[in-house]
Design a protein around this ligand. Structure first.
Ligand code: SAH
Length: 233
């Protein structure tokens, strides 16, 4: 976030970011068909520029993913909104996110559900995300470090699970940790291109729907891809 010693310049910068956010929601998200008003409000409210490296702040509202360090990316705004809408949150859910990254998706989820647990494999990213969320006063997200392809059994089951990294298959532990009626959204496919899949647990059965094509960074872990140069344990 640009921090100018001149408070008026700072106010102007904040107004400019708010205007960019408004245009992001209208032109990138609503125009492509995301309709859930709560999701649109959350996308209008969360300052995305707070979640990207300072030198990227001017690009924060562009229609694209951006690098956030450790070879990882913050997803394109439309994809964040679409995946969130697919979770069908009403406000009282417990949500698991796999792949905290910058913490941006977690901040969106925090406005739409009761409680969010977000798992990140890189401790440094997890710590930065915690700090960003605390700066914004978000107090219903718990960021934990681990292999999220195993889910987070301690707090299971979850009403909704979102995986923001691509996996070759739906990780079985995530299906197991889904509550009755719950929704799991995960990009499934090849290393460089995947389909967004939603799994719904209904009457003890799992129903799968496949939606649009996406391109996510890989989920690295026991039920994701193996780390390059390492053998799968
Ligand atoms: N949701 C993020 C974007 C995440 S990018 C945001 O809003 O910014 C994908 C993230 O998944 C990366 O930070 C990567 O380190 C993490 N990741 C990859 N494999 C993982 C695993 N097995 N467990 C937890 N996090 C993982």
């Amino acid at each position: 976030m640009p921090d100018s010693p001149d408070p008026e310049a700072n106010d102007a910068a904040q107004r400019d970011f708010a205007a960019q956010r408004e245009s992001m929601v209208t032109n990138q998200i609503e125009m492509r068909g995301v309709r859930d008003p709560r999701v649109l409000d959350a996308m209008r409210a969360v300052p995305r520029h707070h979640f990207v490296p300072a030198f990227q702040a001017a690009s924060a509202y562009h229609d694209a993913p951006l690098p956030i360090g450790q070879g990882q990316t913050i997803s394109q705004p439309y994809i964040v909104a679409l995946m969130t809408e697919m979770l069908e949150l009403e406000g009282d859910e417990r949500v698991l996110e796999v792949g905290t990254g910058s913490g941006y998706q977690a901040a969106i989820l925090a406005r739409l559900a009761a409680e969010v647990i977000s798992v990140e494999r890189f401790a440094a990213l997890a710590q930065e995300a915690r700090e960003r969320l605390a700066d914004l006063g978000v107090d219903n997200v718990q960021v934990v470090v681990g292999d999220g392809s195993l889910g987070w059994p301690e707090a299971a089951p979850y009403d909704a699970i979102v995986v923001t990294a691509a996996s070759p298959e739906v990780p079985p532990p995530l299906e197991e940790q889904l509550a009755e009626g719950g929704r799991l959204v995960v990009p499934i496919g090849q290393r460089w291109t995947q389909s967004l899949v939603r799994v719904r647990r209904k009457g003890g059965r799992l129903k799968r729907e496949t939606t649009i094509s996406v391109a996510f960074v890989p989920l690295i872990g026991a039920h994701g891809w193996q780390q390059r140069g390492e053998t799968r344990l």
